[in-house]
Structures are given as structure tokens and as C-alpha cells.
Ligand binder design. Structure first.
Ligand code: ZN
Length: 130
């Protein structure tokens, strides 16, 4: 099977259509399927990853996202947001000595946060914005 990759613009349009038709979507798998169904109205060979759909939907401010996550045993490292690819910022606490300690990291773009043990997203709920 020959798969073709849709452009960012085509994906964004498909996301809008899927949200208009279905409203709140309760998993990333479902979200991916619904967006792909919209894309395949135009080209039945289209294929696109769930991560690319999620990041484009967030980057274009089409959805707000509710993230369920579990804590892992791995240490968190400062890095790009695993949900949207945005930059994360330290969550700081003041210490009694007047310094600060890092408690975790938070993404301002999508709201993902993690403590010092890495939180791994397990479920996403997508709600249409605007
Ligand atoms: Zn993010």
C-alpha cells in the first residue's frame, strides 16, 4: 500500500471538520481515527500519525486538551513538552533558606506538567476551542 502524507493545512482543516462533527473526543486514538476519516474523504491513501495531529491541533489553537497521566519511576529531565512539543518551564518552590528548588516542569502552551518523577500521559480528551 502506498501511503501519502497530507499537508499541515489539510490536517488542520480535517481537525476542524472532525471537531465540528463530533464535539468533545475522549481519546487520542478516536481523535486520530476521526481526523483520518475526514482526510480520506479527499484522498483514500492519506496516512498521518496521532502525534502529528495532536501537535497541529494544539499549535493552531483548535483544541483544549485534558491530560490524564501516571507517574513513572524515571527522573524528569528538562526538555520539550511531550504533548505539544512546546517549551517547558520549571515549577519552583521557595526553600526556608531563601533559595529555590525545582519541583517539576510545566508547559504553558498546553498545560502539561510533571513532577520530578516523569508523568507519562495515558489519556487525552480533546475539546473544541472557540
Ligand atoms: Zn505542551
Amino acid at each position: 500500500m502506498a501511503y501519502r502524507k497530507p499537508s499541515d493545512t489539510e490536517i488542520v482543516e480535517a481537525v476542524k471538520d472532525a471537531l465540528r462533527r463530533h464535539g468533545v473526543i475522549h481519546s487520542q486514538k478516536k481523535f486520530g481515527e476521526l481526523v483520518l476519516a475526514e482526510l480520506r474523504r479527499h484522498d483514500s491513501d492519506y496516512s498521518v500519525s496521532e502525534v502529528r495531529i495532536r501537535r497541529l491541533a494544539l499549535a493552531n489553537d483548535l483544541v483544549s486538551i485534558d491530560i490524564r497521566a501516571r507517574e513513572s519511576h524515571e527522573k524528569t529531565s528538562a526538555s520539550a513538552c511531550p504533548v505539544c512539543g512546546g517549551r517547558t518551564e520549571r515549577i519552583k518552590n521557595l526553600t526556608v533558606y531563601g533559595g529555590t528548588v525545582t519541583r517539576g516542569y510545566k508547559c504553558k502552551a498546553c498545560g502539561y506538567w510533571t513532577g520530578l518523577k516523569r508523568r507519562i500521559p495515558t489519556l487525552y480528551i480533546f475539546s473544541p476551542k472557540g
